[in-house]
Ligand binder design. Structure first.
Ligand code: FMN
Length: 185
């Protein structure tokens, strides 16, 4: 798929077919994600990807993330979703990817993971898969007990999470408006 078509055609997918995504395909997408540029301070291994597979496991993790968010709700934050009946953190996705960044001490890890995440979404779309960047589980993912149970290596922090699978429902196009451009000529 042409890069421009991927940029304009990608949408957040919140309904998936139950079938597994083959591991070689997930690996190809993660290799694409890792082509994102990183500065020298991020080192030779700026990312670790944790892949969670299996509908039941993902549903359990989603319920744990929602319960954690409910218990640790911070006043003044946009967290109405925690009280939504039937809210599913990971929808019905058959795979979830957690992007962890290396804590380099220069504050680059979040940007590194965001660049890799954008590559991941575009690559998945170009390969006929769907993704949704999900911020809702991040509080739970960054809790030391969760990070330890998922095997996040020392020195890395989860900074982005994505559902991944074959889309069941695809929303229509949603082109953004043109932001202001300030020319200096
Ligand atoms: C950092 C980030 C966090 C997001 N978190 C969630 C989320 O927790 N749940 C969700 O359904 N969508 C989430 N989204 C998806 C956005 O709602 C979506 O990207 C936006 O509505 C634009 O739609 P599009 O991706 O189809 O163009 C998140 C997107 C970003 C970039």
């Amino acid at each position: 798929m042409d890069t421009i078509a991927a940029i304009y055609g990608r949408r957040s997918i919140r309904d998936y077919e139950p079938r597994r995504v083959p591991r070689p395909l997930i690996e190809a997408i993660l290799r694409d994600a890792a082509q994102a540029p990183t500065p020298p301070v991020s080192g030779e291994a700026p990312f670790v990807f944790i892949v969670i597979e299996g509908l039941e496991r993902i549903a359990e993790y989603g319920a744990a993330a929602l319960a954690f968010a409910r218990q640790h709700r911070r006043p003044g934050t946009a967290s109405d979703w925690v009280e939504k009946p039937g809210f599913l953190v990971f929808f019905n996705a058959p795979a979830v990817v957690i992007v962890c960044g290396f804590d380099d001490g220069y504050g680059q890890a979040i940007q590194d993971c965001s660049r890799a995440g954008q590559n991941l979404m575009l690559s998945a779309h170009a390969r006929a898969l769907g993704t949704c960047w999900v911020g809702s589980p991040m509080q739970w993912l960054r809790d030391p007990a969760t990070s330890a149970s998922l095997g996040v290596p020392a020195g890395y922090t989860p900074h982005a999470a994505f559902t991944l699978g074959y889309p069941s429902k695809v929303p229509g196009a949603n082109p953004r408006g043109m932001p202001e451009i300030i020319w200096r000529a």
